[in-house]
Design a protein. Structure first.
Length: 212
């Protein structure tokens, strides 16, 4: 898998562009505003074709350029159905600009796969930050695109619309089953590993709730 990342927008969202080297098919993950120009230029320079726009959850700082990227590339938008309403009717709390609505066409469901070329990313439904939050796992490359579920040193907020502390704890406990060597690419902040985060994640597992 070829992988490019860029920090975008006022909340420093990590936007990812992933491609299969052989087929040159690509996907974009969390197309925040303003990511269209970067995605367009990278697709052209590398002769990649964008097949899908993947949204890890429906908050505006992860969806803002979905409509523009979809219009420019013809790629469909994928999200978990429980967050579709956030894409079609965005509630842009504290956003410094208007968030265009977009229309998801592909359902991300637990146990499903995102496919491009020979690459397979397994969908893990990990509610807590929103009802429809998902992580994407590459078993072959031990990579986890964790959205706003797991960060380096913590987890996504549960006090925003769609947040649920108990569901977040359960999702984090589920991620403790991944190998220590799994690289975690969160929606914000630095890359980490499951092994690096395991000490505090194990405390969540043992207590069954988020840490105070």
């Amino acid at each position: 898998m070829q992988r490019l990342s860029r920090v975008v927008g006022p909340i420093a969202t990590n936007v990812h562009l992933l491609a299969d080297e052989r087929t040159r098919e690509a996907i974009a993950v969390d197309t925040a505003i303003p990511s269209l120009a970067w995605i367009r230029d990278e697709l052209v320079s590398r002769d990649w074709t964008l097949k899908l726009i993947v949204t890890t959850h429906g908050h505006w700082d992860h969806t803002g350029d979905n409509a523009a990227v979809a219009e420019h590339t013809g790629a469909q938008i994928a999200a978990h159905p429980l967050d579709w309403h956030r894409l079609t009717d965005p509630q842009a709390l504290w956003a410094p600009f208007e968030i265009p609505p977009c229309v998801p066409a592909v359902e991300l469901a637990e146990g499903g796969e995102v496919r491009f070329g020979s690459i397979r990313l397994r969908v893990m439904h990990t509610p807590g930050h929103t009802e429809g939050s998902v992580c994407l796992l590459s078993d072959d490359e031990a990579l986890l695109f964790s959205g706003d579920t797991l960060f380096a040193g913590g987890w996504g907020r549960v006090d925003l619309p769609g947040g649920d502390a108990q569901l977040m704890a359960e999702s984090l406990v589920r991620l403790t089953a991944l190998p220590d060597g799994t690289t975690v690419l969160p929606g914000h902040g630095a890359t980490t590993t499951i092994g690096r985060e395991r000490p505090w994640m194990e405390l969540v597992r043992q207590s069954g709730r988020l840490l105070a």
